[in-house]
Design a protein around this ligand. Structure first.
Ligand SMILES: Nc1ncnc2c1ncn2[C@@H]1O[C@H](COP(=O)(O)OP(=O)(O)OP(=O)(O)O)[C@@H](O)[C@H]1O
Length: 223
């Protein structure tokens, strides 16, 4: 499976931030998107996720069973997309039912709610209203959503912003497990994600987007 972006334009309300973005990402690879506030990282992710129209260019998941990118992706935005009054379990059950079992990926194993909550280190709290959780706990439950319905492509916008060091490490391991299973990840971030072998897309204001082989946040010893 391969995600191919060819000559993609990143624009909002007619204002073009970047054009001519081309790259490919193979199964098992992560792309870290970086750049200053307001440069267009979230906009780029939303274009990839199919939430904003790509004014020009092509984004396709090749060899992914015929489904389009949006149907093959989890999108984790700045917000957690959970109802505060519903319990953790009710929220995750909603997302499991809403995402459904994708025919193209029915051989892939998804976690049930208990397993997903345990994998983000929060077992025992699934009865609590989501709104009772701390900011970091809420983010971790939003991450559990990635595990309850398999999708090969994870699109993540500043996924670890509210997380302590231990939780950042936990999430890096979840990403690595996803990649090892043949998944793909695109993440916008201002801080290291702890991935040892990610590729990078640097969005630099006033210039072209630079697609590089190495994640600028990668640990030194991974070079
Ligand atoms: N609906 C909209 N219409 C027009 N411009 C918008 C709209 N939404 C966002 N923008 C602008 O698009 C630009 C890029 O925003 P975006 O959220 O993609 O930046 P970012 O790189 O993710 O920033 P940050 O690091 O602060 O999250 C910003 O200048 C923002 O004000």
């Amino acid at each position: 499976m391969r995600l191919v972006a060819d000559n993609v334009c990143v624009a909002r309300s007619g204002q073009v931030f970047f054009s001519g973005i081309s790259f490919s990402l193979n199964a098992g690879e992560a792309l870290v998107v970086s750049g200053p506030n307001g440069v267009g990282k979230s906009t780029f992710l939303r274009v990839v996720a199919g939430l904003l129209p790509d004014a020009e260019g092509r984004i396709e998941l090749e060899g992914g069973g015929g489904e389009n990118v949006a149907e093959s992706a989890h999108y984790l935005g700045h917000r957690n997309a959970m109802k505060r009054a519903l319990s953790v379990r009710e929220n995750l059950e909603f997302w499991r039912d809403f995402m459904g079992v994708s025919e193209a990926y029915q051989t892939k194993v998804s976690s049930n709610v208990e397993e997903a909550v345990a994998k983000v280190g929060l077992d025992g709290i699934d009865h609590l209203p989501f709104g009772y959780l701390s900011a970091g706990q809420q983010r971790r439950i939003a991450m559990a959503k990635l595990l309850i319905a398999y999708r090969p492509l994870w699109i993540l916008d500043e996924p670890t912003a509210a997380l302590d060091v231990q939780s950042q490490d936990m999430f890096a391991r979840l990403i690595e497990a996803h990649l090892e299973g043949g998944g793909l990840v695109i993440a916008a971030t201002h801080q290291p994600l702890g991935l040892t072998d990610a590729r990078s897309l640097v969005l630099d204001p006033g210039s072209r987007a630079a697609f590089g082989a190495r994640d600028p946040f990668a640990p030194e010893d991974a070079a």
